[in-house]
Design a protein around this ligand. Structure first.
Ligand SMILES: [Zn+2]
Length: 214
């Protein structure tokens, strides 16, 4: 009986892992390697690559930091985006530092995002600066990404003057906590970093502390 159950389980697992996925196609551009579902038309692919290159030009002009090809993955479905990219829904993309890849939602969702070029500039800034700033507190890299995104922080509450901890940025409890962490990031960035280059900041980023009264 046990053996039968084991056989059935193994068979089910085998079916699960051999289920045909949507085939991926790879495209190269000046600064990108894009992997996209094979259902994406050539026109849509060209449009996306042009958009990525334009946002790259903007981000790299701001930070004067070059890097090798950036891998970008366009998800085939909402489910794939949520599981593979560990992203929230809806959102315009997510940079995965460990894999050094930018994950994008399915194309329909992507083009529904407001300020898409700014959102892409945000994720690209993470991809461009992550290696340089990996020993800094998370808010340092996040501050530069927010700058590239040109997000407004005029509605931030004034209370709680401290820099956000890493997990408050990477795993916020909810939308409100996320907004709060971004507000703190912006305030700490303006106070400690303001117009200094990431290259300068990288040299002294270990001196930043988390619990500081700006
Ligand atoms: Zn970010």
């Amino acid at each position: 009986m046990k053996l039968l159950r084991l056989t059935i389980t193994l068979f089910a697992l085998l079916l699960l892992f051999t289920r045909p996925a949507v085939a991926e196609v790879f495209y190269s551009a000046d600064h990108f390697e894009l992997s996209a579902p094979n259902t994406l038309t050539q026109e849509a692919t060209d449009r996306l690559l042009r958009q990525l290159e334009a946002s790259y030009a903007k981000a790299s002009e701001l930070f004067k930091q070059r890097r090798p090809l950036i891998r970008v993955k366009l998800s085939a479905s909402k489910n794939e985006y949520l599981s593979r990219c560990r992203a929230v829904w809806p959102s315009g993309g997510s940079y995965l530092p460990r894999e050094d890849i930018i994950c994008l939602p399915p194309i329909d969702q992507l083009y529904q995002m407001e300020n898409l070029s700014n959102l892409l500039a945000h994720e690209l800034t993470h991809a461009i600066l992550h290696d340089l700033l990996k020993h800094c507190p998370r808010w340092v890299e996040e501050y530069y990404a927010l700058k590239a995104e040109e997000r407004s922080f005029s509605t931030c509450p004034k209370a709680e003057k401290r820099c956000p901890k890493d997990n408050e940025l990477t795993r916020p409890k909810d939308k409100k906590a996320e907004k709060q962490a971004y507000c703190q990031t912006y305030r700490c960035g303006e106070h400690f970093i303001s117009s200094q280059s990431p290259q300068n900041i990288a040299k002294r980023c270990r001196t930043f502390v988390y619990e500081t009264e700006p």
